[in-house]
Every structure is written in structure tokens, then in C-alpha cells.
Design a protein around this ligand. Structure first.
Ligand SMILES: Cc1cc2nc3c(=O)[nH]c(=O)nc-3n(C[C@H](O)[C@H](O)[C@H](O)COP(=O)(O)OP(=O)(O)OC[C@H]3O[C@@H](n4cnc5c(N)ncnc54)[C@H](O)[C@@H]3O)c2cc1C
Length: 471
């Protein structure tokens, strides 16, 4: 008989959280801590969503999305999780760029970028200062018609090299492009420039284990392998969710699943006004990614001077199409040294990431898909050999993930790595006004994406749910 993953679950909760990404887990933790009866339902067999990891023979362990986040994570983890978790966040100090336009190393904060821009790139210090101040002053309610390209043209006209330095890492960090509203760039860029780039020292497995422990301490009922099929609405109120053949009643739902799937599939058009459905249908998904995971043999060693995060590109200029193209020219390498990602075995791992289009991978036959993954691994090793000579001889394990992999494990439509484009934020925020008790918290609108964005959005939404429940 199939195992009952809901065995012992109650028939009713104060709030059901759908999905255990960082947004969902943070919401569940805050609401559990506040004393509400919380059920956390995750369709996968692991918690974490895109904040995840996997193991391979030989003791290798790979992180999927642990490449870098802003310092704000320290405060969010301390406040909404534990001091233990916050204390394990450490800075990556060696961020490196290698492309046909320039070769630089930086600690990726305002002081160091000012130094680079004024001395290496010879930009007027007044323009640099004004640019930083303008980016830092941006907020959600600003004008959304100015694009990131227009912002750059205002301060650094004709400087393709400066645009590349400023934009390439942010496109990598949240999928935004020169054509997106400037605030989607400015807010995330300023978050990083505050203090630099940070990661979680113990790896994603350690982080998620600590989060699970904390959720349990706060009496959150956690259930894996529980895909929610439907959210039932009665009148204009949320009533229950349908999962694994059971109907579980609830006063509130927080969906951490993809925004479009939440509204169009789980709630469904029958429960919402047609103009809201149209608005949702118009929300564009963000792009996806490919990755190549490489583990080194036990005796192989990469010198830490190679860098922590290495942004490489062979394209002559920075162009959105080139970044997404199946014909890869830009790769970001994350180096996991025994010091920065201790696993007790002194192993080194390297993960290469690129932005990617779903359509380039979606319809390949099984044979073509396997061949394309192989080619992705081979071309990545070729590209890496320039920075880690003889890499092929050092490798113990290599494998690839594609947009199809991300879709498979998270159910994100089109394998979206960062949820939706900017317009998703408005739709996500408007959902509780359409259906009482129905909330969404997850990567939307580029700003609220990435680890910090998803977690902080979970905080905002859980506060609203708390007010709703006690009100
Ligand atoms: C390759 C890659 C690299 C990245 N690198 C970074 C990085 O370096 N730094 C950074 O800050 N961010 C990075 N990100 C982005 C970051 O990982 C995400 O923005 C963030 O983790 C998303 O969190 P979330 O709360 O939106 O939920 P998600 O992680 O998207 O999780 C959603 C959860 O909902 C579950 N779910 C979906 N449907 C259902 C259902 N019907 N029933 C039950 N459960 C369901 C899914 O299984 C999943 O667990 C990266 C992403 C990718 C793909």
C-alpha cells in the first residue's frame, strides 16, 4: 500500500503554506512562532525549493543556488530564524570578472566599485557617486517606465564596459535585463553594494536542516511529498486545500508555489474576476538556468586565488540575448573550497551557471536532450580549463541541470529560476483583496527574488496573515 504522507495530519489548520522554498518556510516559521496552527505542504521529497542540494557517490555534495546573496540575509536570518543560522553567513571576498573588455577583481561593495570605476575605468567620481546615490534611493513605488539601460545611459553614456561591470552580476543574481524597469536593478544592486556578497558557510543542507529543526520547534506540521492540487474557495473566502486525496480546511493559505500556477491552476478562473485572471495571464515568467556541477578528486586542489565567484564571458559586448543564448558565451563559476564550504572531507567543487531559455530545451527528444547535456558539460570544461588548467584530469564527477531539471523538481512553469517578471509583484500583492485569506509569497518581480527577496517577502506576507488571523 502507498505510504500516507498525511498520516496524523489534522482536518483543519489556521494556515496552510504550500511550498517549502525560503519564502514558504519563513512564512510558516513566523506564523508557527506566533502560535498559529500551521501546515506546511511540500510536493518534493525535500524542503528548500530552489535552495537545495544533492549528493553523489564519493561523498560529493552540490549546492544549486548557494552562490551569493546580500548582507541583509544576516539580519533576516537572525530575526526570523536563529542566531545559529545568521552566524554561519560569511563574505565572499574574491569576486572576479574576465571578459574581452576587462579583467578585474573586487570585494563587490561600494567603496571597491568606486575605486574600480574611477581608477581602472576612469569614470568621473561625481557621476559614480551620483549613480550610487540614485540606485540606493530607489524604492518599490518609484517610476517604473525608466529602464535599466536608460539609467546607465544617464550616468555613463557610451560606456559599454561600465554597463557590463554593473549589470552582468545582477542579471546573474536575479535574471533582470537592460530592458526591465530600473528599480529591478537599482534595489538589488544597492543591496549587494552595501557590504558585498555573502554565502552560508555550512552549505544548503546544513541551512535547511537547521530551518526544519526550528519549524518543528515552532510546532509547524511539515509534510513532504504532498502536492496541493486545488485551493477551494467558498464565496470570497478561502476554505480548504486538496492534497493526496484529502480536503484540509483552513482559514488562510500562503502559496509559495509559482504565482501563475497558484492563481490559474490551484485557485482556478472560476473563483476570480476575469480582469484579475487576464492580469495574471499577462504576467511573464522569468528566465531559467543551466548548471554544470563538477566535483574534484580527493587529492585535487584549486588555489583560492582563482576566485570565489568568477564571471566569465567571451562575448565582445554585454547583451541580454547573448546571455540567454543556447550558444553559451557567459558562464559564472562558483568555487567551493574546503574553507568556504566545509564538508569534513577537504573536497573542492565548482558549479558553473548560465541564464537560459526554456524553449531551447523543452522539446528536445530524449536522445537530443542527453546529447545536449553532454555537450554543455564538455564546453563548460573547455571554458574552465583557462582558469583551472588540466581541469579534466582533476574531475571526479560532472553532471548538468537544465531548465527541465528546475521545472521537474519545483514545478515552476518554464523552469523559471526567479519566479516572474516585475508585473508579478502587483498581482501577488493583490491576491488577498480578491479572495479573503488567500496569499502568495515567493519569487516575484525580480526584486523579491533570490534568497533574500524570497525570505523577506515571506516575512511581509506572514505579518499580513497574522493580522488577518488575530483581527
Ligand atoms: C540555478 C539557480 C541559481 C540561483 N542562485 C542564486 C544565488 O546565488 N543567490 C540567490 O539569492 N538566489 C539564487 N537563485 C534564486 C533563488 O534560489 C530563488 O529565488 C529562491 O530560492 C526562491 O524561493 P521561493 O520562496 O520563491 O520558493 P522556491 O524555491 O521557488 O520554492 C517553491 C516551492 O514550492 C513547491 N511547490 C510548488 N508547487 C507545489 C504544490 N502544488 N504543492 C506543494 N508544493 C509545491 C516546490 O516544490 C518548491 O519547494 C538561484 C536560482 C537558480 C535556479
Amino acid at each position: 500500500m502507498a505510504r500516507d504522507f498525511l498520516k496524523g495530519a489534522a482536518d483543519e489548520y489556521d494556515v496552510v503554506v504550500i511550498g517549502s522554498g525560503l519564502g514558504g518556510m519563513t512564512s510558516a516559521n513566523i506564523l508557527g512562532r506566533a502560535g498559529h496552527r500551521v501546515l506546511l505542504l511540500e510536493q518534493h521529497y525535500k524542503l528548500g525549493g530552489l535552495a537545495t542540494w544533492f549528493r553523489r557517490p564519493g561523498g560529493h555534495i552540490f549546492d544549486i543556488s548557494l552562490h551569493g546573496f546580500p548582507y541583509g540575509m544576516v539580519k533576516s536570518c537572525r530575526r526570523y530564524w536563529t542566531k545559529d543560522i545568521a552566524d554561519r553567513i560569511v563574505q565572499l571576498k574574491n569576486i572576479r570578472f574576465e571578459n574581452p573588455m576587462f579583467s578585474v577583481r573586487t570585494t563587490f561593495n561600494r567603496d571597491d566599485f568606486t575605486r574600480l570605476l574611477t581608477t581602472d575605468f576612469k569614470v568621473d567620481p561625481v557621476a559614480v557617486n551620483q549613480f550610487f546615490d540614485t540606485a540606493r534611493g530607489m524604492n518599490f513605488y518609484d517610476d517604473q517606465t525608466t529602464t535599466t539601460r536608460q539609467l546607465f545611459d544617464r550616468f555613463f553614456p557610451g560606456r559599454e564596459d561600465v554597463i557590463r561591470l554593473l549589470m552582468e552580476p545582477i542579471t546573474y543574481a536575479n535574471g533582470s535585463t537592460l530592458e526591465d524597469p530600473a528599480i529591478t536593478y537599482g534595489i538589488v544592486f544597492s543591496n549587494f553594494m552595501n557590504k558585498g556578497v555573502f554565502i552560508y558557510e555550512g552549505g544548503t543542507d546544513d541551512l535547511v536542516q537547521r530551518m526544519e529543526k526550528e519549524l518543528k520547534k515552532n510546532n509547524v506540521d511539515i509534510r513532504i511529498r504532498c502536492p496541493v492540487e486545488k485551493i477551494n474557495v467558498s464565496g470570497d473566502r478561502v476554505q480548504s486545500v486538496e492534497v493526496n486525496g484529502r480536503t484540509i480546511r483552513t482559514k488562510a493559505v500562503v502559496s509559495n508555489a509559482n504565482l501563475r500556477s497558484t492563481i490559474l491552476d490551484m485557485v482556478g478562473p472560476q473563483s476570480l474576476p476575469s480582469d484579475f485572471i487576464q492580469q495574471t495571464e499577462a504576467v511573464r515568467l522569468n528566465n531559467s538556468s543551466t548548471q554544470v556541477y563538477m566535483a574534484l578528486k580527493p587529492d585535487a586542489h584549486v588555489d583560492e586565488s582563482t576566485g570565489d565567484l568568477l564571471f566569465t564571458s567571451t562575448a565582445p559586448y554585454f547583451r541580454t540575448e547573448a546571455l540567454l543564448s543556447r550558444d553559451i558565451t557567459s558562464r559564472t563559476f562558483s568555487f567551493y573550497y574546503p574553507r568556504t564550504r566545509p564538508d569534513g572531507k577537504q573536497r573542492h567543487a565548482i558549479v558553473s551557471s548560465t541564464n537560459a531559455n526554456w524553449s531551447d530545451w523543452a522539446d528536445l527528444s530524449d536522445a537530443d536532450y542527453e546529447a545536449s547535456k553532454k555537450e554543455l558539460i564538455e564546453t563548460t570544461l573547455d571554458a574552465l580549463d583557462k582558469y583551472v588548467p588540466n581541469i579534466r584530469e582533476m574531475i571526479d564527477w560532472a553532471e548538468a541541470a537544465t531548465p527541465r531539471t528546475f521545472q521537474h523538481y519545483t514545478q515552476h512553469q518554464l523552469g523559471a529560476s526567479f519566479g516572474t517578471k516585475f508585473e508579478g509583484l502587483g498581482v501577488s500583492r493583490a491576491l488577498p483583496q480578491q479572495i479573503t485569506g488567500m496569499y502568495h509569497a515567493g519569487s516575484v518581480g525580480i526584486i523579491m527574488s533570490g534568497w533574500l527577496g524570497a525570505m523577506n517577502y515571506g516575512v511581509i506576507v506572514s505579518n499580513e496573515v497574522d493580522q488577518f488571523l488575530v483581527g
